[in-house]
Design a binder for this molecule. Structure first.
Ligand code: ASP
Length: 585
């Protein structure tokens, strides 16, 4: 070993020990006859000291010539610091250097490699390997590592077997576009990268594996956001001989295990809510339950009072922002402008302030008297000092807009504490979802999800009303995982494909292998997959999953460090039997 200790290890007990350390020069402070060097590795920072008089000239000179990020090896004695630094664990000691070797020089880094850096995001992405030297970034990957180890520990302890499934496969419909890979040896044919190992894990159940899991890369070609990357990681799981309740209980325990062992947090009760209620009370299928502000439907108290906007609306929705009754005119105007932005698209915002004296002040005083407004307040559970915000319109739009406004109010009022965790199972999702663009039904989860037995007759009469045995785990408004009980017989699977608009031939061509497998003794089964990157981000208190991925892509799906995607050579294209429409396209 080129070192006896790491840079995070030495303490007062080690004083007088002869040590050899190796690491990166974080900083050199040269006060003439006195030089301090901060030496860093992934374990911490240790201060080296070289002093005129007690250090020889050549060594002093060498130390003075060190630059940021030089890799060095140093020998010396651990001594007590005269002025201690209680901000770092090694702050009681320093190393009086007796020899020093430069193992490798470094160019001046493009940004400062410290917790507070001067580098912008693009630059840090280009030099990601340097950004990863920073504590704040490395800690996030260490958290990811812990999460992975604890996941494996828990799953292994529950008899789950980790099985790898192939990456070069055929389309698995998870609702996104596939990434495809041309086959050189099969001209004109393509593999698809898995959007998930869905069909394989179901086949493993047919094989009798009974409890499967995999920490696995999945690939989806869709528009990117802070919590989406074209390649991401799932904790993918499947179990046989289970009902929905068994799956929920098993994976609630996994999440609880991770919270306890990685975060030191005892997760409270995991609430449950139907999809229908989530939409009705929170306007989305992943409600953030860290704060209340439930939607209140005000149609019966707000309509037929001469206010045309409400009278013509399908839904009049209110929320009560506790303690926000003191909002100023300016703040209310800002909120109104906020909901009117094209991203939200509301036509306006109605407010009612609940004054301390029990009176009300609203933006629609012309149409509603104090008694009317009192009726609103009663319905909303609003008291003196509260603010009621009201939106109206057609049901789906009003709910969507109110959902955004609710989240904003939660944020503005400081109710979305990153150290509070409110887990929730959203259940009974619709089986099918109408897609305006293609004018047909799509599977809301995926086509292998089983309908609720009692809703199967509705498939013929009212397909949109059929509920699925499908569930999502939501934490703090983020969808962390989703799964379902599966169809495990050929007839139901065929029926499902029929309702999704597949002809028998298409279904056979794409998923014949699965339907055939169901004819060889398929056990009832179900499972779930967790978005591992998102789970890490929630644990780390971030919105972006990028920080938890060692080498992430940017918003246009580029890896700016290795410059990918990039064009390939003419020869390679030829080998793959691919002709581009025009060069560079
Ligand atoms: N394959 C599903 C997904 O990726 C998860 C599941 O149903 O287990 O969302």
């Amino acid at each position: 070993m080129l070192r006896t200790h790491t840079c995070g290890e030495l303490r007062a007990e080690d004083i007088n020990t002869e040590v050899t350390l190796a690491g990166w020069v974080q900083r050199v402070r040269n006060k003439g006859g006195l030089i301090w060097v901060d030496l860093r590795d992934r374990y911490g920072v240790t201060q080296l000291i070289l002093e005129e008089g007690s250090t020889d000239e050549a060594l002093l000179k060498k130390a003075a010539s060190l630059g940021r990020e030089f890799v060095i090896q140093v020998q010396g004695t651990v001594i007590e610091r005269t002025s201690k630094n209680d901000k770092i664990p090694t702050g009681d000691i320093e190393i009086k250097a007796t020899s020093l070797e430069v193992l490798n020089k470094a160019k001046v880094p493009p940004f400062i490699i410290e917790d507070e850096t001067d580098g912008g995001e693009e630059l840090r992405m280009k030099y990601r390997y340097l950004d990863l030297r920073r504590n704040v970034v490395r800690n996030k990957l260490q958290l990811r590592h812990r999460m992975m180890q604890e996941t494996r520990k828990f799953m292994d302890g529950q008899d789950f077997i980790e099985v790898e499934t192939p990456v070069l496969i055929k389309s698995t419909p998870e609702g996104a576009r596939d990434f495809v890979v041309p086959s050189r040896v099969n001209p004109g044919e393509f593999y698809a990268l898995p959007q998930s190992p869905q069909t394989f894990k179901q086949l493993l159940m047919v094989s009798g594996f009974d409890r499967y899991f995999q920490i696995v890369k999945c690939f989806r070609d869709e528009d990117l956001r802070a919590d989406r990357q074209p390649e991401f990681t799932q904790i993918d799981c499947e179990m046989s001989f289970v009902e929905q309740e068994d799956v929920l209980n098993t994976f609630e325990e996994l999440v609880r295990h991770l919270f306890t062992h990685v975060k030191g947090v005892e997760l409270g009760e995991v609430e449950r809510m139907t999809f229908a209620d989530a939409m009705k009370y929170y306007g989305n299928d992943k409600p953030d339950l860290r704060f209340d502000m439930k939607f209140v439907e005000l149609n019966d108290v707000a309509q037929n009072k001469g206010f045309a906007v409400f009278d013509s609306a399908e839904l009049v929705l209110g929320i009560c922002a506790k303690g926000a009754g003191e909002y100023t005119r300016k703040q209310l105007d800002e909120l109104t402008n906020w909901v009117k932005r094209p991203q939200i698209g509301a036509k306006g915002l109605i407010y009612v302030k609940c004054n301390a004296d029990g009176s009300f002040k609203s933006s629609v005083d012309k149409f509603f008297n104090q008694d009317d407004l009192k009726a609103w307040a009663d319905k909303c559970g609003a008291e003196a000092g509260d603010l009621i915000l009201v939106l109206s319109g057609d049901k789906n739009t009003a709910r969507k807009q109110m959902s955004e406004l609710r989240l904003k109010m939660g944020e503005d009022l400081g109710l979305r504490d990153r150290e509070v965790f409110r887990p929730l199972w959203v259940m009974d999702f619709p089986l099918l979802e109408w897609d305006e663009e293609t004018a047909r039904f799509h599977a809301m989860h995926h086509p292998f999800t089983s309908p609720k037995a009692e809703d199967i007759p509705l498939l013929e009469t009212d397909p949109g009303a059929v509920r699925a045995n499908a569930y999502d785990l939501v934490i703090n408004g983020v969808e962390i995982g989703g799964g379902s009980i599966r169809i495990h017989d050929r007839a139901t699977q065929q029926l499902m494909f029929k309702h999704l608009g597949f002809t028998d031939e298409e279904a056979q061509k794409q998923f014949g292998f699965l339907m055939e497998a169901f004819e060889y003794g398929a056990p009832p089964h179900g499972g779930i997959a967790f978005g591992f990157d998102r789970l890490c981000a929630i644990f780390g208190g971030s919105d972006s999953i990028r920080d938890y991925i060692a080498f992430p892509k940017n918003n246009s799906g580029r890896d700016v460090m290795i410059d990918s995607p990039s064009s390939i050579a003419e020869d390679q294209l030829k080998e793959l039997h691919i002709k581009l429409e025009s060069k560079g396209i």
